[in-house]
Write a protein that binds this ligand. Structure first.
Ligand SMILES: [Zn+2]
Length: 323
C-alpha cells in the first residue's frame, strides 16, 4: 500500500509510522515479526546503500515475500509500504515506481530551492499516475547515512513550506529540525556532559521550527529522518566486546515520542538496528569463540533487533494496534 491513508490516520491518532531500513533477511524478519506481533503499520525502506549491497531486485522480492510471511504470522491484512529512501534522481525514482515500490522519496534538498521544486514535481507527476506516494525534503540534515552526507544542517524554513508543498504536489515532507544521520549525530562540542555519568547530552530538537511548519501546513504529513536514539546499552556492549564507538550519541526517545504526537507521522530509524545487530554479534562471538555457524550469531542479532523494533513501536511511536 502507499502512505496516503496511513499518514492521515497517524496524524489524526497522534502516533507515527515506523520507517525501518532493511539490507538483509534477518533485519527484514525482525521488522515483520515485530510489526505483525504489535499490529503496527510499517514502512520498509530501501536506501542507495542497500541497493548496492543487496541488489534492488532481490530486495523488492524480499519485501513481497515479507507480506506473505506477515500473513503466515497471523496478520490478516498487513499494512506494509515499500519505500525508496533518499532517491537522488528522477531515473532512480521512476525505476522504483515501475518496479512496484508503493512510495518513493526524492531528496533534492541539496539543490537550490527552485531546482528542488522542479525535480520533486517531475517525480510527483510520474509517481502519482501509478498511485505511488512521494516524500520530498526541504532543509538539510547533518550526518552521514550510506551515501548521503552533509557536514552541517540547515533547518527547514517555515516560510517556504506552503510554496514548496503546493508547487510540487508532494505527499509528505521531510524536514530538518536538528535530527541527524548516523551514530554520531552530534560532536561532543555540540553537546553538554551529564556531570554524574559523564555521558553526552545532545541539544534538543527545534520544536519551535516544527510548530511553525505545522502552522503553515495544518495536517500535512511531516517526516523525520535520522531519528535513531543510539541506545547506550548497545554502545556499551559493543565497546566491552572489542568495539570502539566513543561518544556515539542520538536523539533522546522522549523527544521522538513528543514529535510522534504531532503532524510528524513517519520516523526513520536505521542506526539503532545496526547497533543492536553489531552488539549481539560481538557478544556471541566473545562469549563463544568457537562458534562458526552464522545462524548462531545472526539469529541472536535478529532477536535483539526484533526487541528493539517492538520497543520503538510500542514505547516511542505509539503505532501498535493501528493496523
Ligand atoms: Zn535519511
Amino acid at each position: 500500500m502507499n502512505t496516503r491513508e496511513m499518514f492521515a490516520k497517524a496524524i489524526k491518532g497522534g502516533y507515527a509510522i515506523p520507517a525501518f531500513n532493511f539490507n538483509n533477511m534477518e533485519q527484514l524478519q525482525a521488522i515483520i515479526k515485530a510489526s505483525a506481533e504489535t499490529k503496527s503499520p510499517v514502512i520498509l525502506q530501501v536506501s542507495k546503500g542497500a541497493r548496492n549491497y543487496a541488489n534492488q531486485t532481490l530486495l523488492r522480492y524480499m519485501a513481497q515475500g515479507a507480506v506473505e510471511y506477515a500473513k503466515e504470522l497471523g496478520w490478516e491484512k498487513p499494512q506494509i509500504v515499500l519505500h525508496l529512501d533518499h532517491g537522488d534522481s528522477f531515473e532512480l525514482c521512476k525505476s522504483c515506481v515501475d518496479f512496484g515500490f508503493s512510495s518513493v522519496m526524492i531528496d533534492a534538498s541539496h539543490l537550490p530551492y527552485e531546482e528542488n521544486i522542479a525535480l520533486t514535481k517531475k517525480v510527483v507527476d510520474y509517481a502519482h499516475q501509478f498511485d505511488v506516494t512521494v516524500e520530498a525534503e526541504l532543509g538539510v540534515l547533518a550526518g552521514v547515512e550510506d551515501e548521503v552526507s552533509s557536514a552541517v544542517s540547515h533547518y527547514t524554513k517555515p516560510e517556504e513550506v506552503v510554496d514548496f508543498a503546493t508547487r510540487t504536489g508532494c505527499d509528505s515532507l521531510a524536514i530538518s529540525i536538528g535530527t541527524s544521520h548516523g551514530a554520531y549525530k552530534f560532536t561532543p562540542e555540540q553537546c553538554t556532559r551529564d556531570p554524574k555519568t559523564g555521558k553526552l547530552v545532545p541539544p534538543p530538537l527545534a520544536f519551535d521550527v516544527l510548530d511553525a511548519i505545522m502552522e503553515q501546513l495544518p495536517g500535512f504529513p511531516i517526516v523525520l529522518h535520522g531519528s535513531s536514539s543510539v541506545p547506550q546499552e548497545y554502545v556499551d556492549i559493543i565497546n566491552e566486546n572489542g568495539g570502539k564507538l566513543p561518544d556515539a550519541v542520538g536523539i533522546p526517545e522522549e523527544q521522538l515520542r513528543k514529535a510522534s504526537k504531532s503532524a510528524v507521522c513517519k520516523i526513520n530509524i536505521d542506526s539503532d538496528s545496526r547497533l543492536a545487530f553489531t552488539a549481539a554479534v560481538r557478544k556471541v562471538l566473545t562469549d563463544k569463540p568457537g562458534e562458526f555457524d552464522p545462524r548462531k550469531y545472526c539469529g541472536v542479532a535478529r532477536d535483539w533487533m526484533e526487541d528493539l523494533y517492538k520497543h520503538k513501536i510500542v514505547n516511542v511511536l505509539g503505532s501498535d494496534g493501528k493496523a
